[in-house]
Design a protein around this ligand. Structure first.
Ligand code: 26V
Length: 815
């Protein structure tokens, strides 16, 4: 739909207040006088949902009846962030809400704060899925997001007295959750275990041992000014045997609920690992659970009421995007459904399946590519293992026919006999494979999936990631949004982000630059207040805000940042740089570590203790401060990114697939210090090399170092500042004199340092001088920041989706 048919904010503020009152009365049964901010949050959310309902139903009806292929985005994670303000924005009700809440006697902020964000994702991959479904709806592409409604999302992070990470369960569903509609009537049955038997006619039948009920919980995904509302369908596992009466009667109460507990465990918790997959049965159960339910759901939606649907048309109805390897079991599942449930022959099923699926890879770390033990698949999904075996046989025959040599065929095995390589299955079983930034896609072709790209070059594509400007500029940074709209004379940039280019000339207009600087300053003051309120921190908004937020991983190199910071601290403290020459900085970290990731957790402890020591040292007072707000999440990102002056993207070259934080920062007018890695490469290309602080080894230099036998101790010995910093970590400066606390971390740096933190230290430290010199000239700094904003329009997730439509999905938006 075009903008002219977008919802026209059909109500006034007074009417919207009435709608909230009505929900309070008839849904919650409380009066306005009795209501808490949390009640108003629920009532307002339900009221917004009602406004979106017609568009939601129309979108679904037109999707089924229309001629446009739909997109099914299969993802184990959707890191949505808070819903209310986004829904208000897209429904055109923001102002009415603000006034209505006031009229009802509530503080706007209290109502917004009552929403607990659903943390149904680990990091970049989950947040990307959320940005993508926003863009699909905003562009008007019919789409389903399909995933799992975990009862517990990513853990809540706290720090103990020693600065160590503590994980607490995230009880996000214990409060009233107004957004998800539980649709018991559209449940699907998902089965596991058992055996495969052969029928008299030679066909196979799977006799599963147990089943669970997949109940869809539907979330509206409203497009911005598109009049479209797509669906995010998250599956919740329910038991069929609520209660085993027979067992119960024998008074074995706990045994009676066992099957129920087993079934419902499937959607109980999000796995908090985000790089090293663990071969856990429960995780494979989760994957199969949501993928099987989703495939059956799509058949139900697109062939309504049909017993014998013509599934050869399935790829014309929907294309499934596999978000990493997590949903790849969908490939043998669609084969099984077509052959066993609908009676198609192998070749027809294969042709439909390969046309239906596409695979996005989000990593370069080989250890992060999922490989399942065949024994586990055989136990849980015996029929699927048979199908995978047959895929392997067909694949090998195809490779032989193509003249591929035996050694390469051996390397390319999907099914080794012991294990199943899900990335290989996805590559062979789908039409396209894409990486998430140009460099990443090139490395996929040249390294990770080289044999496959040599054999099937046409399958490989790139789609560089993007972020939604609605949430990450308009909602997160209203001041900048207003200034952009003023500068461009229109707010159409929110759906056409390349229009930001129009700001470039304004980088030479001192008046505009000053306004831009004032926006940043006001955002910093806001963040300082927020940090005071939420964390008790005292941030000085008159210092440079220097931020590093992302999951804690060795390859992302928080260690590099902390070592440089320690070196700086030592310089100031020793008087090596005079206090007058120091550009005051506030360094802000945000990061969760996987609960079992030992070195990552130790790094968190180190950062917290460096913060404690530095912040309490009168010698550096006002010059250097370090803060680590705990529990980094989407909400904190929305507060912190607009307030940041300098952003850190310092991963070892060749390890960060893309990054999306880098895009959010650039769009919010931060400058980046970064390596030539992931999407940094493309950001720098667009914003201009002179507006980006580049340092560090390239991919080729990294490879050369590995090849020559990298020796970190050499760097320790050759840079005295680095040596001093590491020595301070080992001598107990940040552990009350205890020399053991960080010994494993120090030992890793000195003897292994796989991600070459030490090798990049000197270059990283050197560029700090350049950064501070520029920051000392505010007008010049902000000019460059404006050019970052102006030239980052490419990194809209709308553009990413347009690229998927053209390169991968071969479809478009609804008329
Ligand atoms: C892997 C695993 C392994 C099993 C346990 C649970 C789990 C959950 C997630 C993952 C995949 C992590 C991969 C990931 O998040 N990649 C990030 O994807 C972003 C979006 O494309 C990209 O910007 C980041 O560079 C990339 O690290």
């Amino acid at each position: 739909m075009s903008e002219t048919t977008a919802p026209k904010s059909p109500v006034t503020a007074a009417q919207f207040a009435d709608e909230i009152r009505e929900q309070l009365t008839y849904h919650q049964g409380v009066t306005v006088a009795q209501a808490t901010p949390a009640d108003v949050y629920v009532a307002a959310s339900l009221a917004v949902r009602r406004h979106l309902m017609d568009a939601w139903m129309t979108t679904q009806a037109e999707m089924v009846n229309g001629h446009t292929k739909a997109v099914g985005y299969l993802s184990a994670e959707f890191l949505m962030g808070k819903q209310l303000r986004n829904a208000l924005l897209n429904a055109g009700l923001t102002e009415q809400f603000d006034e209505a809440v006031k009229e009802l006697g509530f503080d706007y902020q209290d109502v917004i704060d009552a929403e607990h964000e659903p943390g149904l994702g680990n990091g970049g991959l989950g947040r990307l899925a959320a940005c993508f479904i926003d863009s699909l709806a905003s562009i008007g592409v019919p789409a389903f997001g399909y995933g799992i409604q975990y009862q517990y999302g990513i853990f809540e992070q706290e720090f103990d007295e020693q600065g160590r990470q503590i994980e607490r369960p995230d009880y996000w569903l214990t409060n009233d959750e107004p957004w998800g509609h539980v649709d018991y009537n559209r449940s699907q049955k998902v089965s596991f275990g058992g055996t495969v038997v052969e029928n008299a006619d030679g066909t196979k039948a799977w006799k599963p041992a147990w089943s669970v009920r997949a109940v869809p919980v539907d979330y509206m995904v409203p497009g911005y000014k598109s009049g479209r509302v797509n669906t995010l369908r998250l599956w919740r596992a329910k038991s069929y045997d609520e209660f085993d009466l027979l067992t119960f009667n024998k008074s074995e109460y706990l045994d009676a609920v066992k099957p129920q507990v087993k079934a419902e465990n499937i959607s109980k918790i999000l796995y908090p690992e985000d790089s090293t997959p663990e071969g856990k049965a429960l995780r494979l159960e989760q994957q199969y659970f949501f993928v099987s339910a989703s495939i059956h759901d799509a058949i139900r939606v697109f062939y309504p009421g049909q017993d014998k649907p013509d599934l050869t048309t399935f790829p014309d109805k929907i294309t499934f995007q596999l978000n990493d390897t997590h949903p790849v079991i969908g490939i043998p599942e669609l084969m099984r459904v077509m052959i066993d449930e609908y009676g198609y022959d192998w070749d027809t099923a294969w042709s439909v399946t390969t046309k239906t699926f596409n695979y996005t890879c989000h990593t370069l770390l080989p250890e992060a590519l999922e490989v399942w033990p065949a024994s586990l698949i055989g136990e849980l999904l015996p029929r699927h293992l048979e199908i995978i075996e047959r895929i392997e046989r067909q694949f090998e025959a195809e490779l032989v026919a193509k003249g591929v040599d035996a050694a390469q065929i051996e390397r390319m095995k999907i099914y080794t006999g012991d294990a199943v390589r899900m990335a290989y299955l996805a590559t062979y079983g789908g039409s396209h494979v894409n990486g998430v930034a140009e460099l990443h896609s090139e490395l996929l072709k040249d390294v990770t999936l080289k044999d496959f790209s040599d054999t099937y070059p046409d399958k490989f594509a790139n789609v560089t990631n993007g972020v939604t400007p609605r949430r990450f500029v308009k909602l997160a940074n209203p001041r900048l949004s207003d200034l952009i709209t003023e500068g461009l004379g229109t707010d159409k940039w929110l759906t056409d982000l390349e229009m930001l280019k129009g700001l470039a000339p304004l980088a030479n207009d001192d008046e505009f630059v000053k306004k831009f600087a004032a926006v940043k300053q006001a955002n910093k003051v806001d963040f300082a207040n927020y940090a005071k309120r939420e964390y008790g921190f005292d941030l000085d908004p008159n210092t440079m805000f220097n931020t590093m937020v992302k999951r804690l991983h060795e390859y992302k190199r928080q260690s590099l940042k902390i070592l440089a910071l320690i070196a700086r601290y030592a310089d100031i403290k020793s008087g090596k740089v005079s206090a007058d020459d120091v550009m005051p900085r506030t360094v802000i970290f945000g990061a969760k570590a996987a609960p079992g990731y030992y070195l990552a957790k130790m790094t968190i402890q180190l950062i917290n203790n460096v913060a404690r020591v530095v912040n309490n040292d009168p010698d550096v007072k006002g010059k250097l401060n370090v803060y680590f707000p705990w529990n980094y999440n989407v909400r904190l990102a929305q507060h912190l990114i607009p307030a940041t002056d300098l952003d850190e993207q310092i991963s070892q070259a060749g390890k960060e697939a893309s990054g999306t934080g880098n895009m959010k920062f650039a769009l919010n007018g931060a400058l980046t210090v970064g390596t030539l890695d992931g999407a940094n490469v493309e950001i720098r290309e667009r914003v201009g090399a002179e507006n980006f602080f580049l340092f560090g080894m390239t991919v080729d230099e990294v490879e050369a170092q590995y090849a020559n036998g990298y020796n970190p101790a050499r760097y320790y010995e050759s840079d005295p500042r680095l040596k001093a910093a590491i020595d301070m970590v080992s001598d107990g400066t940040f552990s009350d004199g205890d020399r053991n606390t960080y010994a494993p971390l120090v030992a890793d740096w000195l003897t292994k340092d796989w991600f070459m933190t030490l090798a990049d230290f000197t270059a990283y430290a050197a560029i700090q001088g350049e950064i501070e010199a520029l920051y000392a000239q505010p007008l010049e700094w902000h000019r460059k920041a404006i050019l970052n904003v102006a030239n980052s329009g490419y990194f809209s997730s709308d553009r990413s989706i347009e690229d998927y439509l053209e390169r991968i999905w071969h479809t478009g938006s609804m008329a």
